[in-house]
Design a protein around this ligand. Structure first.
Ligand code: 5GP
Length: 179
C-alpha cells in the first residue's frame, strides 16, 4: 500500500516497516549499552507509542519493568486554561532509572509535561526515546536521548500514530500529501 486516504487527507508511504525496525534495533543497542546494570522502568506514552514501545522493549537485554502512561488534557480554571495531567503511574520510580518511550516529539510540550511530573518522584535519572523528532518546532531545553528519525514538519500517521483515531494499526509510516 503506497497511498491511503483517511477522511479528507491522502497519505504517501514515508518510512517502511523494515526501516523502522532497523532504527528500533539501533536504539535498543544503545540503550542496552548505556543502561546496562541499572534498574530500569520503561514507560510508554499511550496511545501513540504502543507499537514502538512493544518492538523496542523486545530487544532489551537490560533488567527492566514495562508500563504505560497517558497524558490527558482537562479544562483548568480560567487562569490556567487547558492543563495536561499524567495518569497511570503505578510504579515506584524513586531512585530508579526511567526510560520514557514516545512516538513523536514535535514542539516538546508533551514530553516536557511528562518529565515535569516524573521528576517530582525523584528518579535516579530519566532518559527519553522517541521514534520521530520534528526539530523545526522543538522548543524546550530538555533533549531527547534516543531518536529514530528526525523528520520535517509534516503530519505523519502509522506505526501507532493516528489521524482522528485511524491509521494507528499501519505497520509503515505515511506522510500527508495534500492538506
Ligand atoms: P508536542 O507536544 O511535542 O508538540 O506534540 C506531541 C504530540 O502531538 C504527539 O504525542 C502526538 O500525539 C501529536 N503529534 C505531533 N505531530 C504529529 C504527527 O505528525 N502525527 C500525529 N499523528 N500526531 C502528531
Amino acid at each position: 500500500m503506497d497511498k491511503i486516504t483517511i477522511y479528507d487527507k491522502d497519505f504517501g508511504i514515508f518510512i517502511s516497516h523494515d526501516e523502522i525496525l532497523a532504527a528500533v534495533l539501533k536504539i535498543a543497542e544503545k540503550i542496552n549499552n548505556e543502561l546496562a546494570g541499572k534498574d530500569v522502568i520503561a514507560l510508554g506514552i499511550l496511545n501513540g507509542a504502543f507499537m514502538f514501545a512493544s518492538d523496542l522493549v523486545r530487544e532489551f537485554k537490560i533488567n527492566c519493568r514495562v508500563s504505560f502512561l497517558k497524558v490527558v488534557s482537562y479544562q483548568g480554571d480560567v487562569s490556567s486554561g487547558n492543563v495536561n495531567r499524567l495518569i497511570g503511574l503505578n510504579e515506584d520510580i524513586h531512585g530508579k532509572t526511567v526510560l520514557v518511550i514516545e512516538d513523536i516529539v514535535d514542539s516538546g510540550l508533551t514530553m516536557d509535561t511528562v518529565l515535569g511530573h516524573l521528576q517530582r518522584f525523584k528518579p535516579e535519572g530519566i532518559k527519553v526515546a522517541a521514534l520521530l523528532l520534528k526539530p523545526e518546532k522543538y522548543n524546550y531545553p530538555s533533549k531527547v536521548d534516543y531518536v529514530g528519525f528526525e523528520i520535517p514538519n509534516d503530519f505523519v500517521i502509522g506505526y501507532g500514530l493516528d489521524y482522528n483515531g485511524y491509521g494507528r494499526n499501519l505497520k509503515d509510516i505515511y506522510r500527508v500529501i495534500n492538506h
